[in-house]
Design a protein around this ligand. Structure first.
Ligand code: CA
Ligand code: CA
Ligand code: CA
Ligand code: CA
Length: 470
């Protein structure tokens, strides 16, 4: 722990980018505010969601651990609230994911909402699906029990699974589902369906196949809210569409909903989510600017896709391509901000990153997001801001909102750089302390030198406390 302390304190004061080439494409500046840090606890199996509970404890879902854990923030001691044997989890993006409380939790309401992947096939085959479940908390026994399925049979994947779950100020559940990683890597012959929408028959048959690449809005019992948007003639659970992998969801000022979304090589997006709107994927990545992205639809190849070899950089002539500006939709909404956009001709092959050059691409892999209200930031740079965790870079990025809360202004600031994969964050009620959960395994961008799987603090909760003046 001592080694980490010294390292982290040093790095908070002198955070640096991944490599020289990434610094060129990134506008994040290292923070200079004074924070102390410590490892609050370790031994967690892929902590995924971390939330400050109204009981003054940290609540954590463990993705591969298949349990919810409650952590005392003063000494890091932990206890299991529930283990869920029904969770199906591999080392990839499936498992126990999102968790949310209602605003009146422990004030007359004891409901906890969880999202996880399960195997819907009773036989030896695996039919990976996602469900959202409500549990009831017993505050005397500190356990969750009496699960009720709110929605089952949602698509699930080992890639781009999203999984973020929040309860809005309108007392609705919001849930993000990624595009399942289709149209790339080992799923390159599966079409992206982020633009597909359900028919009325799909909805009445509870066929949720088109819910991928979407942000959903559900009543607290899992039903479709009567005031959900009617999109192309159909009302469903879909609140917004055209998303790639929106793993960050948070409500900000005036009840605004923001998302943080993983981009491909560049162009992670911060979006302001409006009901019924289209966020452009896969036709548009980042801004509609035709810079360093073109949509190649591998599943529509004129020679059978299965006979092709996937290449992340070269699209074969048989695969139809479409420039961003060749597509339009009156419901399309541009992002507020991208991390980061690079021009055509940008060299994505950084020799310093070797075979694993993706770790040095301009995208940061934004895994989650939180909001610091205007009147509660502990120093000026953190007031009315979005805080975004990065998997690839092991850092926290701070984006300041404009006074009206409707857009992002100024420079992006980088905090707490370590050699870890930052999965999610929670803030203490006084906003002086940030808790960050870290992946148990995986590749991290280097502080110095090449990318590494030797993580400083795997499967841990890190604590960073502001010690400067207010
Ligand atoms: Ca969180
Ligand atoms: Ca099975
Ligand atoms: Ca977009
Ligand atoms: Ca673009």
């Amino acid at each position: 722990m001592k080694r980490f302390l010294a390292l982290a304190t040093l790095l908070v004061l002198s955070a640096t980018g991944c490599t020289a080439s990434q610094e060129k494409s990134s506008s994040a500046t290292p923070a200079s505010e004074p924070f102390t840090s410590r490892v609050l606890t370790t031994g967690l199996a892929d902590p995924w969601e971390i939330t400050w509970g109204p009981d003054g404890f940290l609540w954590v879902t463990e993705k591969t651990g298949k349990r919810v854990t409650r952590i005392n923030p003063s000494d890091g001691s932990k206890s299991t609230v529930v283990s869920i044997a029904d969770v199906y989890s591999t080392e990839s993006q499936d498992g126990l994911l999102g968790m949310a409380f209602r605003p009146d939790f422990l004030k007359g309401n004891n409901d906890v909402y969880l999202a996880y992947t399960y195997d819907a096939d009773p036989g030896p085959a695996v039919d990976r699906r996602t469900k959202i479940v409500r549990y009831i908390y017993d505050p005397a026994a500190h356990t969750l029990s009496r699960p009720v399925d709110l929605i089952t049979g949602l698509s699930a994947s080992t890639d781009h699974n999203s999984g973020r779950l929040v309860v809005g100020p309108d007392q609705k559940l919001y849930y993000s589902i990624g595009d399942q990683g289709n149209n790339q890597f080992e799923r390159f012959c599966n079409p992206t369906r982020a633009q597909d929408l359900p028919t009325a028959a799909d909805v009445s048959n509870r066929n949720w196949a088109t819910y991928v690449g979407k942000i959903l809005r559900l009543n607290l019992d899992g039903s479709i809210p009567a005031d959900n948007p009617v999109i192309k003639g159909v009302r469903s659970h879909i609140y917004s569409y055209g998303h790639r992998n929106p793993q960050g969801l948070v409500f900000g000022p005036g009840g605004r909903l923001f998302s943080a979304e993983h981009g491909p090589k560049a162009d992670d997006e911060i979006n302001l989510i409006h009901a019924g709107k289209n966020y452009g994927w896969p036709y548009v990545s980042g801004f509609k600017d035709d810079e360093s992205y073109v949509y190649g639809n591998w599943s529509a190849s004129t020679t059978p896709c299965a006979s092709l070899h996937y290449d992340n950089f070269a699209i074969p002539p048989s695969v139809p391509q479409q420039r961003e500006t060749a597509w339009s939709d009156p419901d399309y909404v541009e992002p507020l901000k991208t991390l980061y956009t690079v021009p055509n001709g940008y060299n994505f092959h950084d020799p310093a990153c070797g075979d694993q050059s993706y770790i040095c691409w301009p995208s940061i892999a934004p895994s989650s997001m939180d909001y610091v209200p205007a009147d509660q930031g502990v120093f000026d740079g953190w007031r009315n801001s979005l805080l975004v965790t990065s998997l690839k870079n092991g850092a926290l990025y701070c984006l300041r909102l404009t006074q009206d809360g409707g857009s992002v202004q100024g420079d992006i600031t980088q905090f707490f750089k370590t050699t870890n994969r930052y999965r999610d964050l929670a803030l203490s009620p006084d906003h002086r302390t940030v808790y960050i959960s870290t992946d148990s395994t995986g590749l991290s961008g280097p502080k110095f030198g090449p990318p590494t799987e030797k993580l400083d603090n795997p499967g841990a909760i890190l604590e960073f406390t502001y010690v400067g003046p207010r």
